[in-house]
Design a protein around this ligand. Structure first.
Ligand code: AGP
Length: 610
């Protein structure tokens, strides 16, 4: 969702900005643009569509300039058009790129129109450009003008601003949207994400809420939200360029599906021995804190929410801790009753999801006394994010960068972290030992499931001309069916819904006929016989069944039913293992339909607006 790149250097920055935008493409966007300061003027180029469209336009006449800002826009205010693409300018003097939403842009716009400013877009962002211009007036204090501007804004923003009169200075600031400062030798950069700048630096400052940075090629200065100069640590990233590239895979999504055995192994190693699961691997104080937990609230969005729904089964049946799981966008606007000694858990791949972050802030605002939470725990895939910084405890999913918009390895590693959390809260040593043993086998289980890839690719051909699909599961496999349906919707644009198989007869059975494919997940567990009965209900109505079933489940391919034999896995690992064939199915259907697998229409990887 909107990406920012900016550079102040001693060489032409156009190629750096373009490469940065390419590396941010995964965030989701619909237009792109850049502005360079050169020879006392601002040179702006914008294009609707992919970054390549912008690159093609620039290739016609490469632009010089050692100072510049660039942007990929995901439309919120105003349609997808060149006029609405960033950067936005004011009087050919100020150029601005913005990520976030300015909630009070309408009154600001009315005021600026009265002052004589001419608007050329429908965006909320254009007010920022004109406000900076009006605050700058005759002065040369660009940072002061940006500070005065943000003091008038309500909402979330990450901004980068340049002025034609200051040919070396870039001013950037953030509140509610991510922004990192890249520290080079004789050059400095800003970006929404470390990945954008990996070709030019490995050293980063993760800007904090309210920080404003003033950078030239020679130096950078950071002021905090109060305007005081602050020192922030420069950290070297562990992220490699290759981790953010496709390698020999056709799509990032496929690469990320295949990376799951390694990602899962890296997520549990160092946290689990042959017979125990260590709370101390979170932090020294986590062990004592978790001993006092009597209830859990899990809050997340989308795929991360599905991981939470699986965890409820684990936490209640194994650790016997009552657990409530809720969508962050709902939780943040109601008035939840918090039980005593309740741990508040957020799940997020990106660590910047606006709804999840707002839910965390709300939970923290309740305090730690009566009616508040014992502590907050973030399960997150990205370090140095708002979510990890603002939570008391952090359990990282070591999935590595996930570029495909459809979450895959981040989800299965979230599930594994939730299994680890269940183990940490499990009071019975024998049960902890058994769970530790299962966890040691998780990478191997997923490796064996990946061997079904070819068979699933062939199966996918049967879905290409379908308009709808139903997914069924029971118990902890119900949220896995939900995740399978979401994957199919997201990347193949096929309408899919998931139901707890026992719910079929309460309504959705009316949808079932020979045109409706029904996909079921049936591992060997306590629900298996019930699931088989539900499948009979589908068959009896002529529905076409596709079942991913344990090889020992006693289900066979026959008229109207295709069974894909899954390797036998431990019951605790089934939600992780059975996710993989559903990811592969969605992937192959999308490839067969020719959709944009890694950047599906209308979606963004990091949803930083409400
Ligand atoms: C998953 O495939 C989706 N892209 C989406 O549902 C995602 O899980 C959701 O937006 C939450 O994101 P987060 O994990 O980064 O918080």
């Amino acid at each position: 969702m909107c990406g920012i790149v900016g550079a102040s250097a001693q060489r032409d920055v156009e190629p750096i900005l373009l490469e940065g935008l390419r590396r941010l493409e995964y965030r989701g966007y619909d237009s792109a643009g850049l502005a360079l300061v050169h020879d006392g003027g601002l040179d702006r180029t914008r294009a609707v569509g992919k970054v390549q469209a912008l690159a093609d336009r620039l290739a016609e006449a490469p632009r010089p300039g050692t100072l510049g800002i660039a942007h990929t826009r995901w439309a919120t205010h105003g349609g997808v058009s060149e006029a609405n693409a960033h950067p936005h300018v004011s009087t050919d003097r100020i150029a601005v790129v913005h990520n976030g939403i300015i909630e009070n842009f309408e009154p600001l716009r009315a005021r600026l129109v009265d002052e004589g400013y001419e608007f050329t877009s429908q965006t909320d962002t254009e007010v920022i450009a004109h406000l900076v211009e009006s605050h700058l007036g005759d002065s040369d204090d660009l940072a002061g003008a940006v500070r005065a501007t943000v003091n008038e804004l309500h909402g979330a923003y990450a901004l980068a601003v340049v002025c034609r009169d200051a040919p070396q200075t870039l001013v950037a600031t953030r509140s509610g949207s991510p922004l990192v400062l890249g520290v080079g030798i004789g050059e400095h950069f800003v970006a929404s994400d470390v990945a954008a700048l990996l070709p030019v630096t490995r050293n980063f400052v993760y800007l904090e809420e309210g920080d404003l940075v003033i950078m030239t090629p020679a130096r950078f200065d950071i002021l905090d939200g109060e305007g005081q100069a602050v020192e922030r640590e420069v950290k070297e990233t562990g992220l490699s360029i290759s981790a953010t590239e496709k390698g020999n895979y056709r799509h990032f999504m496929l690469k990320e599906i295949y990376e799951q055995p390694r990602a899962l192994a890296e997520t549990w190693q160092g946290r689990v021995s042959t017979d125990d699961i260590f709370a101390s691997s979170i932090s020294a104080e986590a062990k004592t804190l978790l001993e006092g937990v009597d209830a859990i609230h899990i809050v997340a969005c989308g795929t991360s929410h599905h991981a939470g729904l699986v965890a409820r089964y684990w936490l209640e049946s194994m650790a016997r801790i009552p657990c409530n799981v809720e969508l962050a966008s709902e939780y943040r606007y109601r008035d939840p009753v918090v039980p005593k000694n309740c741990l508040f858990v957020t799940l997020s791949q990106s660590g910047e999801t606006a709804d999840t972050l707002a839910a965390l802030r709300y939970a923290k605002s309740l305090g730690t006394g009566d009616g508040g939470y014992l502590a907050t725990l973030a399960i997150c895939n990205k370090p140095e994010t708002s979510l990890t910084r603002e939570s008391d405890l952090v359990l990282m999913t070591h999935a590595g960068p996930e570029i495909g918009v459809a979450s895959t390895k981040a989800f299965t590693t979230q599930l594994l972290c939730l299994l680890l959390l269940t183990g940490m809260l499990e009071r019975d040593a024998a049960d902890r030992r058994a769970l530790a043993g299962d966890i040691h086998r998780v990478a191997d289980a997923v490796e064996r499931v990946l061997e079904l890839d070819d068979a699933i690719r062939k199966l996918a051909e049967e879905f290409v001309d379908k308009d709808h699909a139903l997914f069924l599961g029971r118990g902890p496999m119900y949220p896995i069916a939900m995740e399978g349906a979401l994957k199919l919707k997201e990347i193949s644009y096929l309408h899919a819904e998931a139901y707890a198989a026992g719910e079929l007869k309460h309504g959705p059975l009316a949808l079932v006929d020979e045109k409706m494919p029904v996909i079921a997940v049936a591992p060997k567990n306590d629900w298996l016989e019930k699931v088989k009965s539900n499948l009979q209900e589908v068959r009896a109505r002529g529905g076409k069944l596709y079942v991913f079933a344990d090889a020992e489940a006693g289900l066979d391919t026959g008229p109207g039913i295709t069974v894909l034999d899954m390797p036998h896995v431990e019951e605790t690992l089934a939600p992780i293992a059975y996710t993989v064939p559903l990811q592969l199915l969605a992937y192959h259907v999308a490839v067969a339909k020719g959709t944009d697998v890694d950047q599906p229409r209308n979606l963004a990887k990091s949803v930083t607006v409400e």
